[in-house]
Design a protein around this ligand. Structure first.
Ligand code: MGD
Ligand code: MGD
Ligand code: SF4
Ligand code: MO
Length: 719
């Protein structure tokens, strides 16, 4: 079976697939052995991309809500409805009357990556929300202040490291995040063969099982563990900045901060004994090529910013920043701000604040957990309209009940999505996008976090009469910008290409249009002097080599301020936490499954089946204490919300911790029949809307205090 090379856009691993059509019309998928990066690797989600494409419940025509029900309409009617309702609303109430929420797949979509900014600009609102504030915002915030911009992230140099310390990440299931690399199992196995992998996680995950050592931790306490490790490095004279030394400021202040928290102070909160904390610090300092890496468990938790900061601090203090086998800065072929020559504006935040929440803007966004209150809080300047783009906040953001109620109060809601989901079912107009096989792809964003420098473009392999999303986004932008639904997309796109060309001192390529032309401009302005024609001529990808040291050029200011004030501002909250008696309450964390993709692939039958279960993991001791047997229903309550979930008793979870996956809680018709038959429950019915990371307002979907008891009666608010 041959096949057409396609870059899988379903997760950050960016695997190369070979897609073919069988005689019976079904789609065959296998890993592309010639792919320069993934070498034939693929996962069950990638393997089912044909099923996703063929799913009859996937949207192909716009939907309009009439009399409370969605009906299919043609594209002109859908845009006419938006034109009838959006501009008058903006004229009367101002630009901030419309909010935007964009979800995770925006980052996995070339149209999304290139046309989101123009759309946001045309809307002109400060009420921008995204999945980033239930995800990585603390990490990008910290990188902004340490290195100069939010996309300047040092990733683990996986293929050359001898010691990998993972906190709160499960790459064998997630296939890696903020470290783009296919075949995590192979890569981690190679590290354990030549060195050591340590996993700090409240759960014995697949990654923990495959690692050299698993260190269970009490959720939410990573910042104290990391601070105690920094303390140990100073106390034992193990600090050695290596090649980064000439660029680093603030070392003595870090010493002073870390002096406050020794291993004995951290031990009762983390549940990790002081000897182990000291040993981890010593191992990290002693290994010749070592790196600390943290993911969801360290960002979407109460101290996300401080934990993320300390991870980079540890890499710097042990001389592992910007050195092979340590934490290195990728050099992407296109679209990376830090590859642009000349001075760059340093990172800052708080340029405006949420009207109702008072929370500061970070990277132009307000916290997703505050979207509901920005709509619901009374006031002339409240949010009255919402545009969602590939997102499902009703299942993804804590406080689902409040958000659903708020969505019902909107005067207008428009969604661009490939499914009717628990969020878009509230929309007045739903505009579908093409399937992953009907659109071209280049992983503009994720190659900026890649563990090898890669460039790969793949064209669409199937035709469709669904317009490309950049069309739809430009048309929405035209309506919002007052040009009207009739504005010619080609003119808008030409103007955009022209301005991007000027900004990047490149010439737009005649004969190209849309994302391909913009990509060409960014490639020409990029560090390898590539063109679109170059990447199009290499269907299995271009390998641009292993990561190279990039200091000091990668830094916006030429220096690394180890102690940025906006990060340190959260230290007092950590001090208060550290001064309290270690908590005895149950803490909720999340988990991912290899066959799930956040909230939106549960309508693919080969993925949504036994083994991929929406159950509450409970340690046997807790189960016995709470009188909950395997398979029984538990009522889980948090400060804001409650949910009933079936119990799965397992010793893979630490005592005192419970675990529920997110992305479930499907409702009839959304996102389709398969999902409705095996719906699960919505973990984000739970939440504590006051428990947000200090600086970024990122929701603590991990380390959320809950109570658990047998469910005798269903709660009134079941989703
Ligand atoms: N409790 C808890 N909550 C969490 C998390 C957790 O660990 N625990 N994780 C958080 C994280 S990390 C994330 S990223 C968020 C995700 O939060 P969201 O991004 O809000 O949700 P997704 O489930 O990714 O929904 C994506 C939507 O995009 C649509 N879609 C897919 N492909 C395309 C496309 O090509 N075009 C368009 N227009 N639409 C498309 C899908 O149909 C789906 O409806 O959830 C967060 N929520
Ligand atoms: N199959 C699959 N792959 C995915 C996704 C998916 O839904 N399914 N989602 C994609 C997305 S949007 C993202 S952002 C990435 C996420 O990628 P990862 O972060 O690798 O994935 P998670 O499974 O959320 O891993 C978080 C880990 O943190 C642990 N944890 C929870 N709380 C704490 C804590 O306080 N401290 C510590 N140290 N650990 C803690 C959890 O037990 C869990 O093992 O995955 C991506 N890939
Ligand atoms: S690991 Fe990610 S990129 Fe690779 S096949 Fe699976 S979903 Fe696609
Ligand atoms: Mo995410």
């Amino acid at each position: 079976m041959s096949g057409v090379p396609v870059t899988c856009p379903l997760c950050e691993a960016t695997c190369g697939l070979l897609v073919s059509t069988r005689e019976d019309g079904t789609i065959g998928v296998r890993g592309d052995r010639d792919d320069v990066f993934s070498r034939g690797y693929l996962c069950p989600k990638g393997a089912s991309i044909g099923e996703l494409h063929a799913d009859p419940d996937r949207l192909r025509r716009p939907l309009l809500k009439r009399g409370g029900r969605h009906v299919e309409v043609d594209w002109e009617e859908a845009f006419a409805e938006i034109e009838r309702r959006l501009p008058p609303l903006l004229d009367t109430h101002g630009r901030d009357a419309v909010a935007v929420y964009f979800g995770n797949p925006t980052a996995h979509n070339l149209s999304g990556a290139l046309y989101l900014r123009p759309l946001l600009k045309a809307l002109g609102t400060r009420n921008v929300f995204s999945a980033g504030t239930v995800d990585q915002a603390p990490k990008t915030f910290v990188c902004g202040y340490l290195y100069g911009d939010a996309a300047t992230i040092a990733v683990p140099d996986l293929d050359r490291t001898n010691y990998l310390l993972v906190l709160g990440g499960n790459p064998l299931v997630s296939n890696g995040s903020l470290m783009t690399a296919p075949d995590m199992r192979g890569r981690l196995r190679a590290i354990t063969a030549r060195g050591k992998v340590v996993v700090v996680d409240p759960r014995r995950t697949r990654t923990a099982e495959a690692a050299s050592e698993h260190v269970p931790i009490r959720p939410g306490s990573d910042a104290l563990l990391l601070l105690a490790m920094v303390h140990t490095l100073f106390a034992e004279d193990l600090v050695d900045l290596g090649l980064a030394a000439p660029y680093v400021d603030g070392l003595e202040q870090v010493r002073a901060i870390a002096a406050e928290v020794g291993p004995e102070d951290a031990a009762p909160h983390t549940g990790i004994d002081a000897g182990t904390i000291r040993r981890l610090a010593r191992e990290l300092a002693a290994a010749d090529r070592a790196v600390v890496y943290g993911r969801m468990g360290t960002t979407a938790q109460p101290f996300g910013t401080l934990a993320s900061w300390l991870i980079d601090v540890l890499n710097i203090l042990t001389g592992n920043l910007d050195t092979p086998g340590g934490a290195m800065f990728p050099l992407a072929a296109a679209g990376q701000a830090n590859t642009r020559p000349g001075p760059r504006r340093p990172f800052r935040h708080g340029r405006w604040h949420g009207r109702a929440s008072g929370r500061p803007e970070v990277m132009g966004e307000l916290p997703a957990a505050t979207l509901a209150e920005e709509i619901a809080a009374p006031g002339e300047d409240r949010v009255r309209a919402l545009v969602t783009l590939s997102g499902n906040p009703v299942l993804s953001v804590p406080g689902a009940t409040r958000l659903e109620a708020a969505l019902e109060e909107l005067e207008l809601m428009v969604s661009i999505d490939v499914y009717l989901n628990e969020t878009t079912r509230h929309a007045d107009v739903v505009l579908p996008g093409p399937s992953p096989l009907e659109r071209s792809h280049y992983d503009l964003l994720l190659y900026q976090y890649s563990v090898r420098n890669i460039a790969r473009y793949s064209p669409a392999v199937h035709d469709t009469d669904v317009p490309p999303e950049w069309h739809t986004m430009l048309r929405l932008a035209a309506i919002a910008g007052g040009l009207g639904a009739g504005a010619a997309v080609t003119d808008l796109d030409d103007a955009l290409a022209q301005s991007m060309a000027e900004l990047n001192a490149a010439t737009p390529e005649p004969g190209l249009c849309g994302p391909e032309r913009l990509l060409d401009i960014l490639l020409k302005a990029g560090p390898y002097d590539l063109t679109f024609a170059d990447v199009a001529a290499a269907p299995h990808g271009l390998d641009l080599g292993p990561l190279q040291p990039r200091l000091p050029g990668v830094l916006a200011t030429g220096r690394i301020d180890l102690v940025p004030e906006p990060v340190l501002a959260d230290l007092d909250r950590l001090r208060t936490f550290a001064a309290r008696q270690p908590g005895a309450e149950l803490l909720l964390i999340g988990r991912r499954h290899l066959r799930s993709n956040n909230s939106w692939m549960h309508n693919v039958a080969t993925l949504n089946r036994a083994g991929n279960d929406c159950t509450l993991h409970l340690h046997p001791d807790d189960a016995a204490r709470l009188g909950l047997a395997d398979g029984s229903d538990a009522l889980v309550c948090s400060a804001d919300g409650e949910v009933v979930a079936p119990v799965e008793v397992t010793d893979t979870i630490a005592a005192g911790v419970v675990c529920l996956p997110h992305g479930w809680g499907h409702q009839v018709g959304a996102p389709g029949r398969v999902a409705a038959a095996r719906p699960g429950v919505n973990a984000n019915m739970l939440g504590d809307l006051a428990l947000l990371d200090g600086p970024t307002g990122t929701a603590a979907v991990n380390a959320l205090p809950v109570t658990v008891r047998p469910a005798t009666v269903q709660p009134a608010t079941g989703t």
